[in-house]
Ligand binder design. Structure first.
Ligand code: LMR
Length: 328
């Protein structure tokens, strides 16, 4: 199969140049919402496409539709259940309609760094979550990293009090909304492609995201600055549908899973560097990044950590403790 570069037709609809899939090849459509380069998820999706089309030539043929050109994250999982797309990698915060187990990843300041995230995701508890949506028709395949989120707003933000009254775009996730409430800000759940326009027009005052998204979506251009809180993880679950996965042969699943595992291993280790490069690109473009002193950071921890208690019963105190012990 030879996949040519996608051509983006006018008014945003995409007319993928015909992927010259050979007859009998399984066409795999991967839909995501971020840039296809200089982004941990975008780079990993492109690498997966290249390897599948090279190593499963004659068996499978992958197309990647980035930047929400096929579906946004509010649509993609339903489209997947309809059989219209085979792979997606939404943020772990976007699976609440299918499982509440991923809520642990939305607890602020739970993970000290990406090494701790890696270790927890490799644990039996986290690995078991991948099959936790099968009764709803989805199969979790791999955790993919992006990184820790930072806060941007249209006014200087340094300490939690600066958040009072701000309208903040959030992903539609209860734990994240609870964090904004704890800071005295108001939450505006919103699809990712709409965020830049909402920041530009003042529909919202700010948002929280990783450096790769703040740079990739140019949020920094319409915000006062970035406050480096590193308060909240943004990671992904690569998913497919039970129906599609079960319709493949064991040999197909074995070969595809091996390629995906190797791509995951290769790219998760690079996610932090991609975000640091995005931070530098923001600085090079004249963006402001406010780094916190230890005392200022502790103020954010003190303001946001009480959210844990609200969700402890549902997430499981033992799971929270297991994640915390990794940090020590
Ligand atoms: C968001 O909606 O902010 C994130 O899910 C974007 C992403 O990186 O997928």
């Amino acid at each position: 199969a030879t996949t040519t570069v996608l051509s983006i037709a006018a008014i945003g609809s995409v007319q993928a140049d015909p992927t010259r899939c050979d007859p009998g090849e399984e066409v795999i459509k991967f839909s995501h919402i971020v840039n296809t380069d200089r982004h941990p998820k975008g780079i990993a999706a492109e690498l997966l496409r290249e390897r599948v089309n090279a190593e499963m030539d004659g068996i499978a043929c992958m197309e990647v539709y980035g930047s929400s050109t096929l579906y946004n994250d509010d649509q993609v999982l339903e489209a997947m259940l309809q059989g219209d797309v085979q792979l997606a990698a939404p943020s772990l915060s976007k699976f609440e309609a299918f499982t509440k187990q991923f809520r642990i990843f939305d607890l602020p300041f739970l993970f000290a760094n990406m090494e701790a995230v890696d270790e927890f995701q490799s644990s039996d508890v986290a690995q078991a979550m991948k099959s936790g949506m099968e009764h709803r028709g989805l199969v979790g395949l791999e955790f993919w990293h992006n990184g820790m989120k930072q806060i941007t707003a249209n006014a200087p933000v340094l300490v939690p009090e600066d958040m009072a009254g701000l309208k903040m775009r959030v992903q539609s996730a209860d734990v994240i909304i609870a964090q904004m409430d704890a800071l005295g800000a108001s939450s505006q759940p919103m699809a990712f492609p709409e965020v830049y326009g909402a920041l530009q027009t003042g529909v919202v005052d700010g948002q929280q995201n990783t450096y790769s998204n703040i740079y990739g979506q140019k949020f920094f251009e319409v915000q006062d600055g970035v406050t480096e809180t590193n308060h909240l993880l943004l990671d992904y679950m690569v998913v497919t549908s039970v129906d599609w996965w079960d319709s493949m042969t064991p040999e197909f699943r074995e070969q595809f899973s091996t390629i995906l595992a190797e791509v995951t291993e290769a790219r998760n280790g690079e996610a932090e560097r991609v975000n640091q490069e995005a931070k530098q690109a923001i600085l090079d473009a004249g963006g402001i990044v406010r780094e916190l002193t230890a005392e200022q950071r502790q103020m954010w921890v003190d303001a946001m950590q009480p959210v844990w208690k609200q969700f402890e019963a549902e997430i499981g105190a033992e799971n929270i403790q297991a994640a915390q012990e990794i940090n020590t």
